[in-house]
Write a protein that binds this ligand. Sequence first.
Ligand code: FMN
Length: 164
Amino acid sequence: MGEDIGPAQYKAALRRFATGVTVISCVVEGQDHAMTASAFTAVSLEPPLVLVCVARNARFSAAIGASTQWGVSILGASAQSCADWLATSGRPLAGQLERVPHHRGSTGVALLDDSLATLECVTTSRTAAGDHDVVVGRVVAAAVTDLDDPLLHWMSAYHGIARD
Ligand SMILES: Cc1cc2nc3c(=O)[nH]c(=O)nc-3n(C[C@H](O)[C@H](O)[C@H](O)COP(=O)(O)O)c2cc1C
């Protein structure tokens, strides 16, 4: 059996995994909460489930615990500055979406306009996994847009799709 690896080895390997970028959002007592997240994946088709891994030391952790409904915005390349902003530690929560073009989904969550697709979810389980929680949600609404340039994250930097 191998020894545990250190954080540097873990990061060196995982930063080579290319992902899309999402913003996860919810509303708690009238206050919008939102956080950039790439640890998002599809889980199940029947029923339709997705998951997001939320750091327990992120302020969003308490927010998604307090709200069973959350939104997922699958970001387009034009949303890079929004992704940066919503990943900034300690940003003011009040008014944090004022600079982020968004609209409301049917559940009331904020969904970013610069998205290729949006989902609205209801939490079905939350499982502690190391320093993160794996939050699984049932998808209750989904929409797609005409944008077709995804925002990608690879080697700790944002990228677009290179087309022929
Ligand atoms: C590209 C990118 C992807 C990220 N993915 C995640 C993620 O999947 N889960 C997570 O908990 N934090 C993720 N983060 C970090 C959070 O966005 C960041 O820690 C959080 O917004 C800090 O806000 P806070 O001060 O309110 O806790 C990611 C950041 C970036 C830039």
